[in-house]
Design a protein around this ligand. Structure first.
Ligand SMILES: Cc1cc2nc3c(=O)[nH]c(=O)nc-3n(C[C@H](O)[C@H](O)[C@H](O)COP(=O)(O)O)c2cc1C
Length: 199
């Protein structure tokens, strides 16, 4: 009897922990504005109207940024296919890891980390801030920063296509973001990308 109770107790605990994660929708993978129109509208935006981003839009944004578009490869290229870059997501209620394979945002901590991102005039009203993080154990810093540019451009293009605003931000306090996201020794923040609504 004790074993049965323990079994169901553990299952209950596992459900509770998973309930903190955000299950993303399957990405749309089609549609959007035509490429030339999207390029024409690509720009940096720093003033946002505060709104919550619907889960489908968040799913599409993250997939466009660095999701899997083939079983083992992604929308953004990496030198020698090292896939050293992962996305972290800061929402108003906490910080999450984007598990691109499982299509889930895994909770890191429920806390408002926006102050750690710096430039509050931009980040406070952003619906979401994507933090690009490199595993420097997989490749050199040089390639990690080069590869980051492709993800950044994917975010810019998705934003232009979806009528959202975004800006690449290199002016962040690396140590504070590192701590907020509970990063490990060989991980390095390479870019911060707030995304928000323009109206
Ligand atoms: C690597 C990189 C880092 C940037 N860092 C910042 C930043 O910290 N803060 C900011 O407001 N804009 C930042 N920007 C945005 C640039 O200022 C912007 O791209 C430039 O002014 C050109 O404007 P456009 O993107 O609208 O063409 C950054 C852009 C890049 C590519």
């Amino acid at each position: 009897m004790k074993k049965v109770l323990l079994f169901f107790g553990l299952i209950g605990l596992a459900c509770f922990v998973q309930a903190q994660d955000i299950k993303l929708n399957p990405p749309t993978r089609s549609g959007g504005k035509a490429l030339m129109e999207t390029l024409n509208e690509r720009r940096s935006e720093r003033t946002f109207v505060k709104k919550e981003m619907p889960v489908q839009m968040l799913s599409d944004l993250l997939w466009a940024a660095n999701g899997f578009n083939r079983p083992d490869k992604r929308t953004a290229p990496t030198a020698s296919n090292k896939q050293e870059l992962e996305l972290y997501v800061v929402l108003d209620d906490g910080a999450y890891f984007y598990d691109a394979k499982q299509n889930v945002l895994k909770l890191i901590a429920k806390e408002n980390f926006k102050a750690a991102l710096g430039q509050p005039n931009i980040t406070d009203k952003a619906a979401v801030t994507i933090v690009i993080v490199a595993d420097t154990g997989k490749t050199s810093s040089k390639f990690a920063y080069l590869d980051t540019g492709y993800i950044s451009q994917n975010i810019y293009l998705y934003a232009a296509s979806a009528g959202l605003g975004t800006v690449a931000r290199a002016s962040y306090n690396g140590a504070e973001v590192f701590k907020a996201l509970q990063l490990k020794e060989k991980q390095e923040v390479t870019l911060v990308h707030p995304v928000g609504f323009l109206q």
